[in-house]
Design a protein around this ligand. Sequence first.
Ligand SMILES: [Mg+2]
Length: 268
Amino acid sequence: MNHTVDLKDKKLFILDMDGTIYLGNRLFDGTLQFLETARKNGARCVFLTNNSSKSTKEYIEKLRKMGIECGMDDVFTSVQASAIYLKANHMNGKVYAAGTKAMLNELLEMGIDATGRPDGNEGVVLQGFDTELEYWKVEAACRLIDNGAVFLACNIDKVCPVEDGYIPDCGSICKMIESATGKAPHFIGKPEASMIEGLLMKEGIEAKYAVMVGDRLYTDIACGVNANVDTVLLLSGETSLHDLEGSSVAPTYIMKDIAQLGYEIRRI
Ligand SMILES: [Mg+2]
């Protein structure tokens, strides 16, 4: 990929969270310094998450506890991306928000005509990472899809890592519906281009002025590549140099950690 705009001149840093700016509940050395340098450069920093079970507010609270100043505009979730996708594609008809109450509220706040209690007339099923899943919800989604509703899903992740292992995520719930209906959803979150495209639309920033920063090749970096923005792979999380050798996904830049990125964008 040709780097049209130098890292020092980027206007938008899109940051993955876990493995990129912190690990679990431990903020990485260099994160606060990086954020300060980026802001001094006049760049925006937006934190990105595929997790469609939690609200934007919950993420803001977590970041603030770690000492990161941020507001509602600084966190972008796959639920927000889904709302933008629905609007951009002029999808008419009510949306069955098959997910948590937090997901439904977020969609309503963004002006989407959504319900958590479908009556059979919804034109779109939007499946999320539903940690409040009950059987009737799966049944309702299948009926709507069988009747021709568009099947969308917030994020493709099959599992969500937790302290003692993992819990099933949106991708696994979708597999159950796909198995029953024979229809697969269109996914919105990383690595789909729609995740970053939605954010660029919201921010009003051209792709060449944005850069995606993350620790996973097949979600973060692939998402940047798909949306045609430069990418920085940080080796502070899931990916090692060894993983890069066999990968077809090529980051624009590879760096040790967020501290190095902060150093690279310093204007002297
Ligand atoms: Mg990560």
